[in-house]
Design a protein around this ligand. Structure first.
Ligand SMILES: CC(=O)SCCNC(=O)CCNC(=O)[C@H](O)C(C)(C)COP(=O)(O)OP(=O)(O)OC[C@H]1O[C@@H](n2cnc3c(N)ncnc32)[C@H](O)[C@@H]1OP(=O)(O)O
Ligand SMILES: O=CC(=O)O
Ligand SMILES: [Mg+2]
Length: 526
């Protein structure tokens, strides 16, 4: 294989991987890296500066310096082909079987995930791109070990593909440009854009993206500049790319309008990424003591005041600017136990019904078994209309104080909650380290975002000497004992979990709080 100048690949490049890692594709990656990586690193440093200010007592606020943007009269680009009606979106990893299942699921959109639902092994990163190329060429097929074969339905029945690259914080250690590791975001974006932008245009759609984990409108500006550069590079008309931004960090909730504004020519709306949002709330105010202390994970529902304020503001902001507002993930997945199954379906129905009534234009599900239910809940409100962007929600007035009102969250911290966080955290990391970024645990979908909540709650409760419902205080000794007991309940030998357990303790109890659990976990991977 010929490698573009200055680019070094330190992992497998043979076989079909060579179809992805072509010289012109790597040329685009190198040019993205050279144009934008210094800015990415600067913005990551800006996150640290802002965090230090929060520790020093500053508060998150709507930015005075961008008041004109919030008060200005502007709209985002009109919805692009394949993204007009988004009433049900399925998310999931890009392995071969799930690619076919997601595209066939009946959902309007498939979020093809290189982020929360994916372990960025080299194989997942490159094979995922191949699967997307094969899906667009309709050459994708799969036969399971049991002999079940999979094929795509007719093109008009398939979901629109929207790719979610990794967040700005992750690097891709197997791609070096001028000796430096590339940004995982730019690798995932660049490879998909290079290989699939034209394929998508030929199919009457376009290169569409979900952008994760941004913390400021300046990070959105960086993405916009990346899009302009990439479109120029391939001579694809400006404005062809569309991006839906996840509002899933606490600081970003204060910059929703600015994020839409920065990406206005490429925007396809905002999504309420509830799980990372809860994680970010804990992370950003973890040193603020009890004012930002949350109860057990299962008690932090979408109807508690600070979550309600965030979703209401998101719908209002999007519709004011002509953009789609997309709801979040209900983590319940079908179960073989009929009673658990019935409860899961009811919970997802309630969640999607509330979102539809609030004005969202569509929402996410984690499993093909939940697609119809999501569609039905939205169709009850939308009828034949493709979306409800005309529902302006001018009745909504959300203040900074309401977004910050974590203290009003009712609930308790229980030993069962602590055990659950420990067990889920270790089981999830065990699966992640083996190469799967999403897994069903205790009848719930778990991915990087939900696992972040589990480990950061343990950290927060430990570092705030929280008292459990049993009267016992959360201490390191207690956590060690519960880790022992919870690991003993898992299938296989306790030693099978040694690496996951060590990683969990690193991110859940060490004084030095890891920014993302995927960072030390990625360091453990070849
Ligand atoms: C916080 C966030 O960011 S949410 C978004 C990121 N997270 C995700 O995308 C997670 C998406 N969901 C999943 O990955 C999966 O549903 C899991 C891992 C939780 C459970 O998957 P499984 O254990 O395979 O569930 P189950 O056995 O019930 O699956 C039944 C079938 O549905 C398929 N399936 C399940 N979920 C999905 C999905 N999201 N996409 C495509 N196919 C799926 C399975 O492949 C399986 O197919 P088969 O019958 O042909 O073998
Ligand atoms: O990405 C979505 C989330 O909830 O996190
Ligand atoms: Mg997320």
């Amino acid at each position: 294989m010929r490698v573009a100048e200055g680019v070094q690949i330190t992992a497998e490049t043979g076989g079909r991987f060579a179809e992805v890692l072509t010289e012109p594709a790597l040329d685009l990656l190198a040019s993205l890296h050279r144009a934008f990586d210094a800015r990415r690193l600067e913005l990551l440093r800006a996150r640290e500066v802002r965090y230090d200010q929060l520790v020093a007592g500053h508060q998150l606020e709507f930015l005075p310096e961008t008041k004109e943007v919030r008060e200005g009269d502007w709209q985002v680009a009109p919805p692009a082909p394949g993204l007009v009606d988004r009433r049900a979106e399925i998310t999931g990893p890009t392995d071969r079987k799930m690619t076919i299942n997601a595209l066939n699921s009946g959902a309007k959109v498939w979020l093809a995930d290189f982020e929360d639902a994916s372990t960025p092994t080299w194989d997942n990163v490159v094979q995922g791109q191949l699967n997307l190329m094969d899906a667009l060429d309709r050459t994708i097929d799969f036969t399971s070990d049991e002999g079940k074969s999979y094929a795509l339905r007719p093109a008009e029945e398939l979901a629109t593909i929207v790719v979610r690259p990794r967040g700005w914080h992750l690097s891709e250690k197997h791609v070096l440009v001028d000796g430096q590791p590339m940004s995982g975001s730019l690798v995932d974006f660049g490879l998909y854009f290079f290989h699939c932008a034209q394929r998508q245009l030929d199919a009457g759609k376009g290169p569409y993206f979900y952008l994760p984990k941004m913390e400021s409108h300046l990070e959105a500006r960086l993405w916009n500049d990346v899009f302009v550069h990439a479109q120029d590079h391939l001579a694809i008309p400006q404005g062809t790319i569309r991006a839906t931004c996840l509002i899933e960090t606490y600081p970003a909730a204060f910059e929703m309008e600015e994020i839409l504004y920065e990406l206005r020519d490429h925007s396809s709306g905002l999504n309420a990424g509830r799980w990372d949002y809860i994680f970010s709330v804990i992370k950003k105010f973890r040193t603020r003591g009890r004012d930002f202390l949350l109860p057990d994970r299962n008690q932090v529902t979408m109807t508690v005041p600070f979550m309600r304020a965030y979703t209401e503001l998101l719908v209002r902001t999007c519709h004011k600017r002509g953009a789609h507002a997309i709801g979040g993930m209900a983590a319940f997945i079908p179960s073989r136990d009929p009673e658990v199954n019935e409860a899961a379906f009811q919970k997802v129905t309630d969640d999607k019904t509330r979102e539809a009534n609030d004005g969202f234009d569509g929402s996410w599900v984690a499993h093909p078994g939940m697609v119809e239910l999501c569609k039905e809940a939205f169709t009850k409100v939308l009828g034949d209309r493709p979306n409800q962007i005309d529902k302006k929600r001018e009745d909504v007035q959300v203040t900074a104080e309401q977004l910050l009102d974590v203290k009003a969250t009712p609930g308790t911290v229980t030993e069962a909650g602590l055990r659950n966080n420990i067990s889920v955290g270790i089981q999830y990391l065990h699966t992640w380290l083996k190469g799967s970024g999403a897994v069903g645990i205790f009848n719930l979908m778990e991915d990087a975002a939900t696992a972040e909540i589990s480990r950061s709650q343990v950290w927060q409760w430990l570092h705030n000497d929280v008292e459990l419902d049993t009267g016992e205080t959360v201490t390191r000794e207690l956590i060690d004992r519960l880790v022992e007991e919870e690991v003993a309940k898992l299938p296989g030998e306790p030693s099978d979990y040694d690496e996951a357990r060590a990683t969990f303790l690193e991110v859940a109890v060490a004084d030095d709080f890891a920014e993302f659990l995927t960072l030390p976990a990625y360091d453990r991977m070849p």
